[in-house]
Design a protein around this ligand. Structure first.
Ligand code: SAM
Length: 292
């Protein structure tokens, strides 16, 4: 067993060796606590038949734990300066591939097809760059990739929105999209002290288990999410008001929107934040013939 990368001493050593300076704009907060890494990896439920996808390996702190606990790791890193570092720190492992790419631009489906043949379980495990947490999750979920689970560190405030229930101030279109695609659970909150440099915000690890079938059947998924996003444009406004603003020619077509709300059994005076996924499903289906 090699010395863990994720200790303050070893991390400093590596940073000094390469003269590496953190880029805040890339969300670079590296983990320096091996206990947190052990926990993340155990929540991910990896086996030797798991293909692990990491977003942002940094200097390899989590990557080496994934390499030890899965069949193969593919890690996407945007920062070119980290490539020689990773080549060095991950040299003991022959089951890791680092791809120099922005995850938002990557063809993840092709990578899964090429790299994970024979794997029985595909898992995303990452300490995410916080500035792009939501776009990354939405891309990986909406692209309908064969990913079974996500075990990801994020800003606690985003974790709270992900697992929020209707009627709370954290509940919104992100909560609904995540509920549609996954079963979500916040498995751990993490203090700032386990990172170098320390972030300004609290963090949490969320486990998302992909559903095989969504909890509601709708005519058109993309339209469901147009309706949910459009229902939260201004949180304090009623759903009728928000849909008038967000649907095409909504102002002139108020009567049609009101009719669809009636058909779906949703009072037009309610706010978006009080509607369940099931109600949004009914509403989207009622609006679809008119606005889809
Ligand atoms: N996994 C390492 C750890 O836990 O110590 C580093 C995590 S750090 C929070 C986020 C990493 O994501 C950085 O290495 C950063 O360069 C990388 N990154 C930022 N934006 C990215 C993107 N769009 N695609 C891929 N990697 C990205």
């Amino acid at each position: 067993m090699h010395r863990d990368i994720a200790t303050p001493g070893r991390t400093k050593e590596i940073l000094d060796k390469y003269g590496f300076s953190f880029k805040k704009s890339l969300g670079q907060n590296f983990l320096i606590d091996p206990n947190v890494l052990h926990k993340i990896v155990s929540f991910a439920g990896l086996t030797e038949k798991s293909g692990a996808i990491e977003i942002g390996p940094g200097i390899g702190a989590l990557t080496e734990h994934l390499a030890r606990n899965s069949g193969k790791v593919v890690a996407f890193e945007i920062d070119q300066r980290l490539l020689p570092v990773l080549e060095d720190t991950l040299s003991p492992y022959d089951n890791v591939k680092v791809i120099h790419k922005d995850i938002l631009e990557a063809d993840v489906a092709a990578v899964i097809g090429d790299e994970f043949a024979g794997m029985e379980h595909i898992a995303v495990v990452a300490n995410l760059p916080y500035y792009v947490t939501t776009p990354i999750l939405m891309k990986l979920l909406e692209d309908r990739l064969p990913i079974d689970s996500f075990t990801v560190m994020m800003q606690k405030e985003v974790a709270d929105r992900i697992s929020a229930k209707p009627g709370t101030k954290e509940y919104g279109s992100l909560s609904i999209a995540i509920e549609y695609y996954t079963e979500a659970q916040t498995v751990m909150t993490v203090p700032k002290t386990v990172f170098m440099p320390q972030p300004n915000v609290a963090s949490a690890v969320v486990h998302l288990k992909r559903r095989s079938v969504p909890p509601v059947a709708v005519r058109d998924e993309d339209f469901l999410f147009r309706v949910t996003r459009g229902s939260f444009v201004q949180r304090r406004k009623t759903i009728l008001n928000n849909l008038q603003t967000s649907l095409p020619d909504g102002k002139e077509r108020k009567a049609e929107i009101a009719e669809a709300l009636g058909e779906a059994g949703v009072d037009p005076g309610r706010r978006g934040e009080t509607l369940t996924l099931e109600e949004f499903g009914r509403l989207a289906d009622a609006l679809y013939p008119k606005f889809g």
